[in-house]
Design a protein around this ligand. Sequence first.
Ligand code: SF4
Length: 669
Amino acid sequence: MRYAETGFNLEVDLSRGNIERVETDPKDTELYLGGLGTNAKILWDRVPPEVEPFSPANLLIFSAGLLCGTPATGCNRTIVSTISPQTRLMAFSMMGGFWAPELKYAGYDKVVLRGQSPDLVYLWINNDKVEIRDASHLRGRGAVETAELIRQELKEPRAQVAAIGLAGENRVYFASVEQGRSSASRGGIGAVMGDKGVKAIAVRGTKDINVARPAEFMALCNEVLKYIKFRNENPIPGVMPILAGLGSPQEMKVHDEKWHTENFMWGNSRVRRKDFWNDEGARQCAQTLDTMRTRLISCYNCPMTCGATISPPGLPTYMMKCFSKLTYTMAAFSDLQFGLGIAQSATEYGVDGFSAPQVMAFALELYENGILTADDSPGMPSDNEGRFYWLLERIVRREGIGDVLANGTYWAAKQIGKGAEAYAHNNIKKHEQLPLKLSMLNPIYFLMYATGEKINITQIEGQFPQAPFPMKEEREAFVKDWIQVPDEKFKRYFLDWEPRGEKSMPFYPTVEMCCDIVDWQEKMHYIDDALGMCAGLSSFPLKPPYHIHNYPKFISAGAGIDMDEDKLTQAVKRYRTLVRANNTRRGMRRKDEKPPEDHWKKRFPELEKELLDTYYKFKGWNNQGVPTKESLHELGLDYVFEDFEKRGTYSDNGDTPSKENSAEKEKDV
Ligand code: SF4
């Protein structure tokens, strides 16, 4: 019997209209866990680097995490993996909400889409009955609207529907997949779904999931719930509200946005407004939120209520969570009323709430600097807010200048030329990052930012505090009940970390300490992404309920896999390396692991080089960031080494421009 997982994937060939229920190999679960881990293995096996993102041979995998569907609190993530049109690397975007558990209850761990449907279709998975259905009547419909129309059509109000909007249909590089309470937004996976001709996947499941040792598993779940209650009642003192609790409920609950609005960048990620948060601004913001926020909501099996339903006057209700509350407001130098209003359209069109506002602000900055002119934008309104709405419409329809901007700032700048590339300054690995520019280089976040392959906000934050606490007593109090540390040495690292002087940034934590800290933080992210756990209860906040000491117990009691901390660490290392191998094979090298020039005001090139050199070695990668023969062998990934050898990977420093050329070619078509 299989535990926690169903042991079956749905393989759908959209070109032929063929659907298969395929049994998976339990050995793969032991080696790569599930979710991201097994997704990385499937992409490695079946999508060689010659496959373009918009090609029938690219796969789009919707995977429930290994523990989704069990009673583990907050374990509800769908991990969507494909080759991204934006980065041309492996994308793995997470979606909360209810979809993944529903898929498990229908009897499947993953839906693997291949091929391309000649007509727009949607998939209806109803336990054992799976159909490809016509979606021509849904063409152009909003993502949230589509979900509702499908539920009505199927007469199944409990179906969970993941859908794309117009942006996905038109292959906008930052198109999202929306799912009622959440979205998978990064990497342009919505564009790949649109390219495959799939408007939505609706799921309804009523089967059971087996748990290996139920009593033990329930006891672990109850411990987690107890700890969540404790943490909710005892926020961490001395840190800003967003870091004091679990999940990200602060965003939709609180009114105080001083920290975000004054520390994050406005416009095209260039301007910080240090005195923005005054009494009048705070009053207006509170009033807007109180009027438009109709309900606080949670994902499946979670008490945290991180999201909220937003009902802007005269517009349909939609769901919002976290920092997307402010991204449109800040990109347009406007107010929250505008931000929550335009986000309704953006959600229906299905675009990433980080990239879309940055792309629009980028376009306006190009206008202001004469790189784009009135000839590029016939009919564009003169007011700022009107311009944002106008640009959004053009982007999702790929009309005029919108067709260029729909490829994101990196590709758009290349295509526009005339110096536009200097304004696409917030990218890493060709993808827009969080609009955050800081002053002093933080060596931990330099490494997280540079070497991360998920390219979202949660990958650059973790369980180690982002800054030292000013007073020794505060630090001592913090480490007292820090049960999550994998090793006591982390307490020492933190205790000695001072805001000023010898033991302050950028030279403290030392390079070696940074490697330990980053490795720990990254490991937790990768575990979450294989198990389907929300980062908000594990890898993202300080002192979370899930950590390296209780995760092996959850896997053992839940999935029946004999697991301890060492084995788990080794499994994570294996599929983390496989993610890198997929990207290495697609040309990713050291030159791509470079945060934007102005991400920190004070840079230290020699230290940054040393950090990268040392971290690469620490991870078993060569000086181009390519996993070495020895490290691959140790992880049982000799097949990766053989492939690298065949392709001459070790002698290629990434200067071959093949990937970029093919992208250019594709855009010219
Ligand atoms: S912590 Fe928040 S985002 Fe995470 S599962 Fe719970 S409600 Fe969803």
